[in-house]
Design a protein around this ligand. Structure first.
Ligand SMILES: O=C(O)CCC(=O)C(=O)O
Ligand SMILES: [Fe+2]
Length: 318
């Protein structure tokens, strides 16, 4: 059975080629990997989970004042999102709050408490996630042997500039306990691939995520304390002509969810809006992985299409 590999990212500085090779192997097979030692201190992660719990503990009417907007920022209530509309009868059994980037020091939308009072902590966490992604993107450029004249190690990083508009989102998630009593669905977040280039996922004790290894079998993703789960999103799959896999995943009901809330934090890293999703100048790609038939979209266009499918913004009275 396939497993999600665990890679020590703390060795990237001293041995970038070996670490990049291990990452490439994971991206070409399962599309998911655990990274240890990414450089975000555990107390910072724990504090973010604490703030999330405090936010979700508030009455639904308080949270609903910050309802998710067409820019993908704000609160998404229980069952609001439908990640797999083709098969799900009810929406996802989860609630979430999305933060955009802080551009010129300004948050992307109105901030509810307790995040407003702790804006510096929330912002630092989002920026630290972006920095980790930049380093992973450097590893990708090494893994794909992008030549110096094409941008070299900074090829992807340059297309994910923090100060340029893009769809990157920091998302806090809560899967409330006992949430299966009102539904006979086994899935609590529908099967989907992520829309961006890479996703970081921080879990917090309670498992539930499943990954479609080899595009057929569902395998459980463990919770590994101190390791961040990283997965490839659609943009990276486009750029590599399918060589790096944007693998479907979902969250299922487990017996322990009856008694325990499940929390997770995702950072969806997206390329800047105007970046085309064309095939990259990598000597590693074989001819058959270059030149897709579909018209080339930009990162921003792709995101808008995918969000429309899951939220149907244009059909609701927003
Ligand atoms: O909560 C999780 O474990 C996964 C969430 C996820 O896949 C997503 O929000 O895209
Ligand atoms: Fe996801």
């Amino acid at each position: 059975m396939e497993e999600i590999p665990v890679i020590d990212f703390g060795k990237f500085d001293s041995d970038p080629v070996a670490v990049a090779a291990a990452i490439r192997e994971a991206c070409e097979s399962i599309g998911f990997l655990f990274l240890k030692n990414v450089g975000i201190p555990q107390p910072e992660i724990d504090e973010m989970f604490e703030l999330g719990k405090e936010f979700f503990d508030q009455p639904v009417e308080t949270k609903a004042q910050f309802d998710i907007q067409a820019n993908n920022v704000g609160y998404s209530a229980l069952h609001r999102e439908v990640l797999d509309p083709a098969t799900q009868k009810t929406g996802d059994s989860k609630e979430a709050f999305n933060f955009g980037k802080w551009l010129n020091g300004e948050a992307a939308g109105e901030m509810p408490e307790p995040f407003k009072a702790k804006e510096d902590i929330t912002r630092k966490f989002s920026e630290d996630c972006h920095k980790v992604c930049s380093r992973i993107l450097q590893a990708f450029a090494i893994a794909l042997e992008i030549k110096e004249e094409d941008g070299g190690i900074h090829y992807f990083e340059k297309r994910h500039d923090y100060d340029t508009p893009c769809g990157s989102i920091l998302r806090l998630l809560k899967y409330p306990k006992g949430g299966d009593t009102d539904t006979d669905e086994i899935v609590r977040a529908g099967s989907h691939s992520d829309y961006g280039s890479i996703t970081l996922l921080f879990q917090h004790g309670i498992p539930g995520l499943e990954v479609q290894a080899s595009r057929t079998n569902w395998i459980s993703a463990p919770v590994i304390p101190g390791a961040v789960l990283v997965n490839i999103g659609d943009q990276m799959e486009y750029w590599t002509g399918g060589r790096f896999k944007s693998t479907k995943h979902r969250v299922v009901f487990l017996p322990e969810h009856a008694q325990n809330d499940r929390y997770s934090i995702a950072y969806f890293c997206h390329a800047n809006d105007e970046v085309p999703l064309d095939v990259i100048p990598s000597v590693v790609l074989k001819d058959n992985q270059i030149g897709q038939d579909q018209p080339i979209k930009t990162a921003g266009q792709h995101l808008r299409e995918r969000l429309e499918e899951t939220y149907k913004f244009s059909e609701s009275a927003m």
